[in-house]
Write a protein that binds this ligand. Sequence first.
Ligand code: ZN
Length: 273
Amino acid sequence: MNKSFLEYNKNGMVFYTIPSFDRTGLVTHAFSGRKGGVSEDSFASLNLSILTKEPLERVWENRNKFLNLFNIKTENLVGSYQVHKDRIYKVTKEDRGRGAFDPATVIPATDALMTNEKEVPLIAFFADCVPVFFLDPINKAVALAHAGWKGTVAKIAAKTAGAMKDAYGTESKDLLVAIGPSIGPCHYQVDEPVIEKVKEAFPLEWESLLTNCTDDGHGQLNLWEANRLQLLEVGIPNDNITIAGLCTYCHQDKLFSHRASMAGRQAAIIMLK
Ligand SMILES: [Zn+2]
């Protein structure tokens, strides 16, 4: 297994890439950190989501600044309104610009985006929830999924792999997947209703996903492992899975964390070249 992402620092902005994705030469991709932007207070400073309570002008400026590093055009971005469910949307060139500037144009109620078209940059937003990146280097297709605990127990990562198979003929054995920076088992305490859903979704493995369980019904949930297990279950080889292993709460200097009362959002971006 590839155990980590690479970290970069350019023009004051920190970001991360996936070595196995880089090696294919097929995609431009990144996961942004929170430094180097123009946003203030709890949005400080590289807030990239147009669906927060911040003036849009600042987000547009942040997006331009960040995307310039990768030669991605802001006006082509395709984003969705993420609702912690499991709808997956097949993006085409006609969708370019949905969510680029105007919140009213985003793809509604969708937590995973996929495409096999070039020069169509997909974007999704995070501040503790798990970003899952997908690249099929054989059929040349990509996807992004947003997996908080609800998306994780709904198995959105496994379903995205299945949707890529249906849409593009993606074989699990070829699919490269990466689990990005997000809240780690070190800081993700959950309560009884969440624990019950984890037990239902992972009847055989739940004990390995929950640690420090207390008599009053709390435990620490490992979302990274819950996503890795469901990817293995649909036939993705362990060697194809990269895990950043970087906790947003632990690294508040570099990353937004919702649990640390930050309102800004970092972005996962991927585009076929
Ligand atoms: Zn942590």
